[in-house]
Ligand binder design. Sequence first.
Ligand SMILES: Nc1ncnc2c1ncn2[C@@H]1O[C@H](COP(=O)(O)OP(=O)(O)OP(=O)(O)O)[C@@H](O)[C@H]1O
Ligand SMILES: [Mg+2]
Length: 263
Amino acid sequence: MVNQNPAIETTEVKINHRVTINVVHTDELAKALIMTKTTMESPFNRLGIITGAPGTGKTIASYYLATKLNGIRICCSETITKKGLLSRLAKSMDHRAKRATIDELTEWLELNIDGQLFLIDEANHLNWKTLEILRYLADECGATIVLFGTQILTEIFQNRNTKVLLAQLSSRIGAKTIVFTPIAIKKGKNNSLKKVGVYFIYPTFGDAAKNPDLIKTFHRYCEGNWRLAQELIVACQEVMRLQNQTELTQEIIHQAGSYIQEN
Ligand SMILES: Nc1ncnc2c1ncn2[C@@H]1O[C@H](COP(=O)(O)OP(=O)(O)OP(=O)(O)O)[C@@H](O)[C@H]1O
Ligand SMILES: [Mg+2]
């Protein structure tokens, strides 16, 4: 979606060769940028973590940080192994050797990753042994590593079976933790109402939709979640197209919202 609202600051971020998106500078993104920069500049403990519920913008943040800070973004699959991760890290830096062993990959990374920022998305798929090797790469080889994941990642650190095994990694991450949350509308606070309008509604439906009741109804269905908001926008557009309407109304949001809830 192209953002044409001059009130929002955005950065154009290339997701792949087909998709480029205008990433909105949210408060959480600003915090993530500061945390990552500080972590990179630190002489030790160059490890950070970003967690949050699905659809709160973690993946977008990983692309944004990679663009801004010249980092390398890697996404972990459900079946990823320790060797698979090492191989992905090495390949992302143009390591070409085929059939390298874990030791060879580790040795190559030891020599080549000093000063490199890695943004590891879906890190909740990594087991404790694989997470531990990331600590080693940050501690001994000069890389900065920021992990992204859902609550499951937080749980791996708190789980009584893995807590002790990950104590070294946990202590290095320390306070360098950011939690992405949906935008909550609090009574008497207009700021979050404004955010829902500025981030989600006005860029698509224009300033005519600047109506607190409309924004509240929109929020009721998307709950301030980026992914749900994107779905709701598409559903509202579809209802408007079918009903030949040009203006967003309460009724359209209700119809679009109910459709999403039913599906
Ligand atoms: N700052 C932002 N600017 C513009 N669009 C955003 C922003 N954050 C999120 N989005 C939109 O919301 C969608 C969901 O965000 P994203 O995929 O980053 O969520 P996530 O937290 O990684 O979810 P999951 O845990 O399911 O992987 C994105 O595809 C994007 O369209
Ligand atoms: Mg994601």
